[in-house]
Ligand binder design. Structure first.
Ligand SMILES: [Zn+2]
Length: 299
């Protein structure tokens, strides 16, 4: 069946396999990802094809392993897949419910630092609507998680029109190379593709030096992601939007919240949150039984 990007009612998968290759952001290891069509109610499952027994890990917050600056999935059977958040955002943004992600290395390719190449590969392969209904979590009661020590919080509140929305406020403080930014987007596939999918990973130049001193990202140059100098200029690159950083934070948020295992209908407002707090909200959403909303909880 042809792709119907406007219909959120039924589950969707890819029409045929899609392939994306490239080096991982942190480890720099060349990897090939194959996005395979999957049966209804499969969800998103990663399979490490380079390991004996080809172990799998489901893309769910219950399998998130603690790590700085990225999202890592790990299962007890030895399947570890790092930096899944941008691929997860592409799948969630295009409303792919079911997909087996075969990967032959530990880390998902960084591509251009955004998730647009994943979206392009998925759209090129085509999207098939399936017959099972999607499971959509309707946010009926406000949910709030926060990290007071770092002045971060995320709130999920009911949506007036049923369309999921993510609203993000970014503020790196008075010494940051860019001013505070805020952006909001309705999570339709069209809006996701037009406003969010191409927003790239960004770092501050001093963060690059610290990461490289720890052995991460030594292969990276200013062409591979957005590196901000302390004066707000960008190293060897150009911004795609003046507010590209806040758009990328929304991309990360979408990818991380998808780990709750369901689509949601609600309005998410996030302030300064990163992967760690995003995972706390994903966990909160994952534990809501529809019709009996859980109480809000703090991080
Ligand atoms: Zn990111």
């Amino acid at each position: 069946m042809a792709t119907d990007l406007t219909s959120p009612s039924f589950q969707q998968t890819l029409a045929r396999p899609a392939v994306v290759s490239g080096r991982g952001l942190f480890h720099g290891i060349e990897a090939k990802v194959r996005l395979l069509p999957a049966e209804e109610n499969t969800g998103i499952v990663f399979r490490r094809t380079d390991l004996k027994w080809r172990p799998e890990v489901r893309a769910h917050v219950d399998h998130v392993s603690a790590a700085a600056r990225r999202t890592i999935l790990e299962s007890s059977n030895g399947a570890v897949v790092e930096t899944v958040e941008h691929l997860m955002a592409a799948l969630a943004g295009l409303r792919i419910d079911n997909c087996v992600v075969e990967i032959n290395a530990i880390e998902v390719p960084a591509v251009d630092g955004s998730c647009l190449p994943f979206c392009d590969a998925i759209l090129e392969a085509g999207i098939n609507q399936q017959t099972a209904q999607r499971s959509i979590l309707v946010i009926e009661e406000p949910q709030c998680v926060n990290d007071r020590a770092n002045a971060q919080w995320i709130e999920a509140i009911p949506s007036m029109n049923g369309i999921p929305t993510v609203d993000y406020q970014l503020d790196y403080g008075p010494t940051a190379p860019f001013s505070p930014q805020s952006f909001a987007v309705q999570l339709t596939p069209e809006q996701f593709l037009n406003e969010i999918a191409a927003a790239r990973t960004f770092v501050l130049v001093e963060e690059v030096e610290a990461l490289q001193a720890r052995g991460f990202g030594r292969h990276l140059t200013g062409k591979d992601l957005v590196v901000f100098n302390t004066d707000g200029t960008v190293v060897d690159n150009k911004l795609r939007w003046a507010d590209e950083p806040v758009r990328h934070k929304i991309l990360d948020c979408i990818g991380d919240l998808a780990l709750c295992g369901r689509s949601f209908s609600g309005h998410v407002v996030a302030s300064r949150s990163g992967h760690k707090l995003n995972h706390v909200m994903a966990k909160t959403l994952s534990t809501i039984e529809q019709g009996t909303p859980m109480l809000s909880r703090a991080a």
